[in-house]
Design a binder for this molecule. Sequence first.
Ligand SMILES: [Zn+2]
Length: 108
Amino acid sequence: MMEDRANILREMKVCRFCLSNEERELSNIYDRHPSDSKQSVPIPLQIMACVSIEVFSNDGMPQLICSSCRKLTAQAYLFKSNCKKGRRCAQSLSGYRTVDQTLPAKDR
Ligand SMILES: [Zn+2]
């Protein structure tokens, strides 16, 4: 019974993330998409990095993502990568070292 319900969810023609059911906008999360660049990171890894949701092909969840969520994911991932790159660069320029959190703020 539980298994049936899990399979229904898995087979549902909805976007896993926003539950949109605009069928022509949906594509498989695990397949390469024409809009992906050659080196692009797989969607499940981008989702994990940006929103800390784990996405596995055997987790019983819908297998589809809509074009809007795909675009947002790519943007969020790019934004995150840029922030990290920028911070690394700024830190190396400023000779940044990790702030010692054990000291009271006034002594840092
Ligand atoms: Zn969506």
